[in-house]
Design a protein around this ligand. Structure first.
Ligand code: AQP
Length: 359
C-alpha cells in the first residue's frame, strides 16, 4: 500500500503491454450531480466536452454518462426536490445533445454495483489522501453540513463510478483533477495489490475554459448549490434572467476590459465566458484590444448576447423533453440496463481477484 501511494513509481508492466501500443479503444465516463439546474460552469467546464467526444468518437469507443444521485445525497437533499432534479438532469443531458442510442445515459443510483465497488476501493484508500481533498474542505466551509463520512469519501465513490466501466478517459471540470489523481492511484493500488490488470489508469480531459467563476464572488467557482441564484446562469434561464445576472455581475472599480485573472478576476471571468460561448475563433480570451473603446455596460451586453445564443436552443429543448415523462423514463431504464451489464461483469472480476467470489 505505502509503495503504491508513494511519489515516484515505476511504469507498471501492464501499461507497456502490446495491447496498449495499438490504438486504444476509448471508454469515456463522466457524471453530473442532480443538485439543481446545470449551469454555464457545468456546461462550459465539462458538458460541452461530453458532446464533443460523442461526435469525435470512433465506432468502437464507448461513451457512458451518468446522473450521480448517490453523490448528491452527500449533502442534505429534500426527497421531492431530488426526484425532480434527477429527471431535470437527464432532460438537460439530452437537451445539450447526448444521444442515448450512441452513449449509455443512466442514473448511477439505479446501478447498485457503484456502492459495492466504492466500499472495496474504500478499503484501499489512505485517509491522508482524502484529508487533502480541496473539494471536501470547500463543501465543509459552506456550513451546510457537518463532517460526514459520505461527503468525506465522495472521491472514492467517484473512483468506483469510473473504474466500474474501466474508463480510459474522463471529461471533467478542472476542480475534479485531484479526484482523478486519486482514481488513478486507487486503480494502481488494486492492480498491484492483487497482481491484476483489472483497471486502466484513466486520463482526465479538461476543457480549454477550465473553470467558470461565480458572478457574485469571483474567488468561488460557479456552483449549483451556492445560496445566491444570481451567482450562476442556469441552462434553463430566460434571456431576461441571463441579461440581468450578467449586468449585475460583480467586477471592480476599473472600467477597462482587460484579461488579468489575478488582479481583475471578475472581468476576466466574463471574458472566459464570452470566449467559450462565441463561435468566433479569432476572439482569444486574452486578446482584448477590440474592447479598448467599449464601455463595461456594452461589454456586458455583448457577453449576455453570446450566452443567450448558446443557451436558447438548450432551454427550448429542455422544456420539450422535461415534459415528456415517458421518454425520460424509457431512456433511464434502458441506460441503467446497459450500464448494469458492464458493471456487474467488472464487479465479479474484482470480487474474484480479492477472494470474495460466490461459493
Ligand atoms: N464552475 C465550474 N467551472 C467549470 N466546471 C465546473 N463543473 C462544476 N462547476 C464548474 C464541472 O461540472 C461537472 C459536473 O459537476 P457536478 O454536478 O458533478 O459537481 P460539482 O463540481 O460539485 O458542481 P456544482 O455545480 O458545484 O454542484 P454542487 O453545487 O451541487 O456541488 C464536473 O465535471 C465539474 O468539474
Amino acid at each position: 500500500m505505502h509503495r503504491v501511494f508513494s511519489r515516484s513509481r515505476p511504469t507498471p508492466s501492464y501499461r507497456r503491454s502490446s495491447s496498449f501500443r495499438s490504438r486504444q479503444r476509448k471508454v469515456i465516463f463522466s457524471g453530473i450531480q442532480p443538485t439543481g439546474v446545470p449551469h454555464l460552469g457545468n456546461y462550459l467546464g465539462a458538458l460541452v466536452n461530453w458532446v464533443h467526444l460523442q461526435k469525435a468518437s470512433q465506432p468502437d469507443d464507448q461513451l457512458i454518462y451518468s446522473v450521480v444521485g448517490l453523490h448528491a445525497i452527500t449533502l442534505p437533499q429534500d426527497p421531492a426536490q431530488l426526484r425532480q432534479e434527477k429527471r431535470a438532469a437527464m432532460a438537460t443531458l439530452l437537451a445539450i445533445g447526448i444521444d442515448p442510442t450512441r452513449s449509455i445515459l443512466f442514473h448511477q443510483d439505479e446501478v447498485s454495483e457503484h456502492a459495492e465497488l466504492a466500499w472495496i476501493l474504500g478499503c484501499l484508500a489512505p485517509l491522508g489522501r482524502l484529508n487533502r481533498m480541496t473539494t471536501y474542505k470547500a463543501k465543509i466551509s459552506t456550513g451546510k453540513t457537518d463532517e460526514r463520512l459520505g461527503l468525506f469519501s465522495y472521491p472514492v465513490l467517484q473512483a468506483a463510478d469510473i473504474l466500474l466501466y474501466k474508463a480510459t478517459h474522463v471529461p471533467v471540470g478542472e476542480d475534479q483533477r485531484q479526484h482523478l489523481e486519486l482514481t488513478r492511484d486507487l486503480a494502481q493500488a488494486f492492480n498491484q495489490q492483487f497482481r491484476a490488470e483489472t483497471f486502466h489508469l484513466p486520463q482526465d480531459i479538461i476543457t480549454p475554459s477550465k473553470r467558470i467563476f461565480s458572478l457574485r464572488d469571483s474567488s468561488q467557482k460557479m456552483s449549483k448549490s451556492a445560496a445566491d441564484p444570481k451567482s450562476r446562469i442556469g441552462l434553463t434561464d430566460t434571456a431576461d434572467e441571463i441579461a440581468l445576472k450578467i449586468r449585475k455581475a460583480i467586477t471592480d472599480s476599473s472600467h477597462e476590459i482587460v484579461w488579468d485573472p489575478k488582479d481583475r478576476p471578475g472581468v476576466s471571468n466574463l471574458l472566459t465566458i464570452l470566449h467559450a460561448c462565441t463561435t468566433d475563433p479569432a476572439l482569444d480570451t486574452s486578446a482584448t484590444a477590440e474592447f479598448r473603446n467599449t464601455s463595461l455596460v456594452d461589454f456586458k451586453s455583448r457577453v449576455a448576447e453570446a450566452v443567450e445564443s448558446r443557451v436558447a436552443p438548450i432551454r427550448s429543448e429542455f422544456h420539450r423533453l422535461n415534459s415528456d415523462e415517458g421518454y425520460i423514463q424509457s431512456v433511464s431504464r434502458n441506460g441503467a440496463e446497459r450500464a448494469r451489464s458492464i458493471a456487474s461483469r467488472t464487479l465479479q472480476e474484482v470480487k474474484s481477484r480479492i477472494g470474495l467470489e460466490a461459493i
